[in-house]
Design a protein around this ligand. Structure first.
Ligand code: SAH
Length: 234
């Protein structure tokens, strides 16, 4: 069964975007994953087809109306649909490679893209939307966040990446950042490729890569490094 992504958005023309290119694009053409976009505005009921209104309590911007978004969700997700329903949101739990792997192992995902100041809290609660963030910064809408999440998931689907091995050693896959890469020419601007990498000694190469991975992680992401050490201490 193909992985099925449903995206609720005010800008369906932003999809598949870059996911129509390269490996993800070919996988989409083959039907390895399916994409459905739902125009939230189609579920507006007034004659102006309005989807937003001013924030209760005052303040800047507009808020996505709960009735319109709920109608779009109810139309998209039948009762027996068990796909996770995620609302792209800077307040959500930050997306991790572990979560991406879990999603890729499932049947699909429903992604709701916010706009304006965000979404009325009542629809988040009533439709059990789980908020997911792609990082501690503010985008103008959920669409680029949804595209990032889908990109990360789709590359893990069976058959999408030609070389499966390349997925396994990636940053975060074992809780560490990846070691540095080199390729020919052997000497470039006076710098050479580290000797060990051209030695042909695979156990030495593995040990070198592991050491570099650990050092980089300790320097750049002490949070990951500590988390990695903990289970071994216990
Ligand atoms: N007022 C909100 C930000 C709204 S940004 C706040 O301060 O929390 C508008 C929309 O962009 C959001 O509803 C969300 O869907 C999307 N968005 C913005 N930043 C995001 C992020 N870091 N991760 C995921 N979605 C994001």
């Amino acid at each position: 069964m193909s992985f099925r992504a449903s995206v609720l958005t005010l800008y369906p023309q932003m999809f598949p975007g870059h996911l129509g290119q390269s490996l993800a694009g070919r996988a989409l053409e083959r039907g390895d994953w399916l994409l459905e976009t739902v125009q939230i505005r189609d579920f507006a009921s007034d004659k102006h087809r309005s989807v937003d209104d001013t924030p209760a309590g005052g303040g800047a911007g507009m808020v996505l109306k709960p009735d319109v978004l709920a109608a779009a969700i109810d139309h998209t997700i039948p009762d027996d649909d068990e796909r996770p329903r995620l609302l792209m949101s800077p307040r959500g739990r930050p997306l991790t490679q572990e979560r991406v792997r879990d999603l890729a192992a499932g049947t699909g995902v429903v992604l709701v893209c916010g706009r304006f100041e965000g979404v009325d809290q009542r629809v988040i609660d009533a439709r059990c939307l789980e908020e997911v963030s792609v990082g501690d910064y503010i985008l103008s809408g959920g669409e680029p966040a949804a595209l990032s999440l889908l990109d990360a998931v789709i590359r893990l689907l069976p058959g999408v990446m030609g070389n499966q091995q390349s997925g396994a050693s990636e940053s975060f896959e074992d809780g560490l950042l990846e070691y540095p890469h080199y390729t020919r020419p052997q000497t470039w601007e006076g710098q050479t490729i580290p000797d060990v990498l051209v030695s042909g000694d695979h156990s030495k190469i593995d040990a070198w890569r592991r050491e570099k991975s650990e050092k980089l992680t300790e320097e750049r992401r002490p949070d990951l490094f500590e988390a990695k050490k903990k289970p071994q201490q216990g």
